[in-house]
Structure formats: structure tokens, C-alpha cells
Design a protein around this ligand. Structure first.
Ligand code: PEP
Ligand code: MN
Length: 351
């Protein structure tokens, strides 16, 4: 919808706009109100260049588009019937729990193996463990490639699929060769469009699940969903959207908790929403509250940092990992809460 600065376009302005629209195979329809006129764009209005050229005209106040900017991630796309599965879990039909250490400590592999068994016992469906670590400071521990062997060993022993963060093409190739169950794009790469495109393309045969974290400087929800569109358009529809808090942080929390965007995402896209409360609040004591809040908002699952002995962990684990005992009780409560939430979802969330 084109909104002029004045009450209506004069004939030469209207002519100029019509000729721009024509270049993009679109037309113009005047909508007359009692005090002013606005103008509807007829046709596919998703071409950014067309919109920018009209918005750049000095007599135009703004252009509001109605069509969603993403074709595949849209709730109305054919893919809305797609069922994302990992092992036996049909995500959205039941809650998915991903749990494990932030970072695998190569010096103490037993912590990870024991954590893997303990989170399985607590009810987790996927074991997570950081191999390559994106750290804010170049002097912080960056992870070690050999840690992938520990992750794979824990996955083999427990039978749980493994989740690992990938930061570059080489990591994607190693993860795919080793048939990990899930790859994670971290917040720092949430807007790295060339990596998003590559991971979608490289995983298009195996269709490995991809957990896309919300970039911490992310703007609109459309930007988050469009980042997912890059992956899906590469040929892999097995995408999970993961709110994990944004910046600036809220006083006392590591980031600004954003689990409340879950129902908003669900009105726009069919993609499952898996919330990460650990990085959002950044402190173990608050994680269960944020996790249950996410379920209350309609999340399809949670990714939670957990360690059998958090204070002996590395990376984020000493401050934000919860113990498997707490995790077990949290998974139990999350499942119970989910039953109540479903009642409201059926009433208010349109499919
Ligand atoms: C992590 O999962 O350990 C991690 C680094 O997450 P994020 O990208 O959300 O900071
Ligand atoms: Mn972490």
C-alpha cells in the first residue's frame, strides 16, 4: 500500500509510480477514503528494489507491504504440512528437549560422557556439546576439533542424536560426514547469509536438522524468519527457529529474554520454535523459570545447558548449566504445562 505525503497523488506523480510498477509487472489501484487517498499495489509486491524506488520518491510517506517476504517459511506455504522429526520425536506433536554441556572439555572427557547419560535419564532427546566455540574475545577458549570424537562417543553410548554448533563450511562438512543429528548456527552467525545458504545446500541430501539461533542484534521477526528462508531455500526444510535472547541485555540477565516472540513466530511460520533459556538469562537459577515461560508461550521444545558438575565445567557451564537432577524435574513440569498450553493454542493460534 502506497501512502503519499499529501492527500492524494497529482496526475504526474501517479504516472511516475505507474511506470515504476509496470517495470516490475505490477499495477496500481486507487483507494479513496473520506479525507485522503491511498494506493494499492496490484501483483507481486515482494521486489525490494521496486519498493525502495517508490519509497525514495520525495512525495511518498511510506510503503506498507502485505505479502510476506519469505515464500517457503510462510505459514501458508506448502511446507506448512512438513513434519520435522528426529529419531522418534515428531516435533510440534511433542516437546523436544536438547540438553548437554556448553563446551566439551577435551581434558576431562568423562564429564561429557557422564553428562550425556544423565541428561538421557532426565528425559532429553538430543545431546548437545560445543566442539568449535564462538567466543566474544579471541583470547577465550575457542574449542578443539578433536572434541567431536567425544561427542560422537557419547551419542553412540546413549543412542541420543548429537547437536553441534558449526561456524564455517569445513565444520558443516565434518558434521555431515559424521552424521550428527543436528547442526546449530549460533547467534553470531544468525545473519551470516553465505553460511546460511551453504548449510542449506550442503545438507540438502541428508536433511540434517538445523537449529538456527536468533542473531543477538536481530531486528524484526521477519529478519529472523528470512534468515531461515536462506537455509530452507537451499533444499533442507528441517529447520528449527531458536530465540535465545537479544541485546541490549536486561539488568541482571545475560541478554534480553525473548521467549515471548514464540506465538508471534508461530502466526507467521510453520517452522518449529525451540527456545534456549540458558543463553537468554545466563544464570542457572533463572533457567527453569525462563524454560517454563517458553513452554507457556507455546514453544515446541527447549535447548538447555546441563552439566553433571557445573562448577567443574568450562565455557558457559559454571554459570548457566543446570544439573541433570534439575533438568529431570524441569522436563517433567514442561510436559505437564504443555498440556494446559495446548488448550489455549487451539483457541487462539491460527494454523
Ligand atoms: C551455545 O549454544 O553454547 C552458544 C554459544 O550459543 P549462542 O550462539 O546462542 O550464544
Ligand atoms: Mn553456551
Amino acid at each position: 500500500m502506497i501512502i503519499p505525503k499529501n492527500k492524494e497523488l497529482n496526475p504526474s506523480q501517479e504516472k511516475e509510480i505507474r511506470s515504476i510498477l509496470q517495470e516490475f509487472q505490477c499495477g496500481l489501484q486507487e483507494v479513496a477514503g473520506t479525507t485522503r487517498k491511498i494506493y494499492a499495489i496490484l501483483g507481486d509486491e515482494r521486489d525490494e528494489l521496486m519498493i525502495n524506488r517508490i519509497e525514495g520518491l520525495p512525495y511518498i510517506a511510506r510503503v506498507d507491504t502485505i505479502q510476506s517476504p519469505y515464500k517457503l517459511m510462510d505459514i501458508k506455504s506448502e511446507l506448512s504440512h512438513h513434519v520435522t522429526k528426529i529419531e522418534k520425536v515428531k516435533i510440534k506433536e511433542e516437546l523436544l528437549f536438547i540438553a548437554g554441556q556448553c563446551t566439551i572439555d577435551i581434558e576431562n572427557p568423562n564429564y561429557f560422557i557422564e553428562t550425556a547419560h544423565a541428561v538421557k535419564e532426565a528425559g532429553a532427546n538430543v545431546i548437545r556439546g560445543g566442539v568449535w566455540k564462538p567466543r566474544t574475545s579471541p583470547y577465550s577458549y575457542q574449542g578443539q576439533a578433536d572434541a567431536i570424537d567425544i561427542l560422537l562417543e557419547a551419542s553412540a553410548q546413549t543412542g541420543l542424536p548429537a547437536n553441534v554448533e558449526v561456524m564455517e563450511e569445513e565444520h558443516v562438512e565434518i558434521a555431515l560426514q559424521n552424521k550428527v543429528g543436528m547442526m546449530q548456527i549460533g547467534t553470531r552467525n544468525g545473519l551470516n547469509y553465505s553460511l546460511l545458504r551453504k548449510i542449506g545446500h550442503l545438507s540438502s541430501k541428508q536433511k540434517t536438522l538445523i537449529l538456527l539461533k536468533r542473531a543477538m542484534h536481530m531486528g524484526s521477526l521477519n529478519e529472523f524468519i528470512s534468515a531461515g528462508e536462506y537455509i530452507v531455500s537451499g533444499g533442507n526444510p528441517n529447520i528449527l527457529l531458536c530465540p535465545r535472547g537479544t541485546v541490549p541485555s536486561m539488568d541482571g540477565y545475560r541478554n534480553h529474554p525473548d521467549e515471548c516472540i514464540t506465538p508471534l513466530l508461530k502466526q507467521k511460520t510453520w517452522a518449529p520454535v525451540i527456545v534456549d533459556p540458558s543463553h537468554s538469562v545466563g544464570k542457572a537459577a533463572y533457567v527453569p523459570h525462563a524454560a517454563l515461560a517458553a513452554v507457556a508461550y507455546g514453544a515446541d521444545g527447549l535447548v538447555i545447558e546441563s552439566h553433571i558438575d557445573p562448577l567443574k565445567g568450562i565455557g558457559d557451564d559454571p554459570k548457566q548449566a543446570i544439573t541433570p537432577i534439575i533438568l529431570k524435574s524441569l522436563i517433567h513440569d514442561a510436559k505437564a504445562l504443555r498440556k494446559h498450553v495446548k488448550f489455549y493454542q487451539g483457541k487462539y493460534i491460527s494454523k
